[in-house]
Design a protein around this ligand. Structure first.
Ligand SMILES: [Fe+2]
Length: 244
């Protein structure tokens, strides 16, 4: 498998969006599959991997408590397997009323400097989007909008993208979408968003070794994609937890 994050590819030391916390929602069911993905990242020279389990009203089993409990167990298994890459766990928060309530009641599971990964609904802009973004920013959080390339109402709406940026939002590409996992439209949108320098961060969005393989084959074999990604100057490094 090609080295996804190496200097001669796109040079990212931090994977910030993947679903590899075992037995949480749609993440891998088995620990060995999750360890396998972590070992691949380690072989790429990635020093920090953020697992980003979903938190949303319709998935009530993923609470902060359940995520942190699973994270503790998984971190022990990582140590037992002598894997050196640092695992961190944040959440990918779906923008719904549940998030609005969580902002009021709990500290969110955030990246360094209070960056919070948020996922918008797929098909239509939520009525309360502006309120939730304002609420997040008022609490000192910096919203990172996950995979705008997937969202029909957002991906070509430069006014909406500009307004969100003005409010303090940052944007993150999922490389699995450039690999065609969700179709040609998402690839074209991602290319456009890359050309317009919309993105601040990159993650894989991967759930499995198979999806990493797809990214390696479909994205990294494509010289135009690699060039676009390298020119994006992603700021992932700011989330590195490398200690030495
Ligand atoms: Fe995700």
């Amino acid at each position: 498998m090609n080295n996804l994050f190496s200097r001669n590819k796109i040079n990212i030391e931090v994977e910030m969006h993947c679903h590899i916390l075992p037995a949480i929602g749609c993440d891998p069911e088995f620990t060995n599959q999750a360890l396998d993905v972590l070992m691949i990242f380690q072989s790429y020279g990635v020093n920090t991997v953020y697992a980003t389990p979903h938190v949303r009203l319709t998935r009530p089993s993923n609470t902060h408590e359940s995520i942190l409990e699973r994270a503790e167990v998984f971190k022990k298994q990582i140590a037992e397997n002598k894997i050196k890459v640092k695992l961190e766990v944040v959440a990918e928060y779906y923008v719904d009323e549940g998030l609005s309530r969580l902002i009021d009641s709990e500290n969110l599971l955030a990246y360094p400097q209070s960056h919070v990964l948020v996922e918008l609904p797929l098909r239509s802009k939520p009525d309360n989007l502006d309120d939730i973004i304002k609420k997040l920013c008022a609490k000192g959080y910096k919203p990172v909008v996950a995979h705008p390339e997937l969202h029909h109402y957002l991906r070509y709406d430069w006014k909406m993208i500009g307004d969100l940026k003005e409010q303090g939002c940052l944007f993150q590409i999922n490389l699995i979408n450039m690999a065609g996992y969700f179709g040609e439209d998402a690839i074209a949108a991602a290319e456009n968003l890359l050309r317009s320098k919309t993105y601040d961060f990159a993650g894989t969005g991967a759930h499995s070794r198979k999806q990493l393989q797809l990214i390696a084959e479909q994205v990294l074999q494509n010289k135009d994609y690699v060039k676009l990604l390298r020119n994006a100057n992603f700021k992932n490094k700011m989330f590195s937890q490398k200690t030495s």
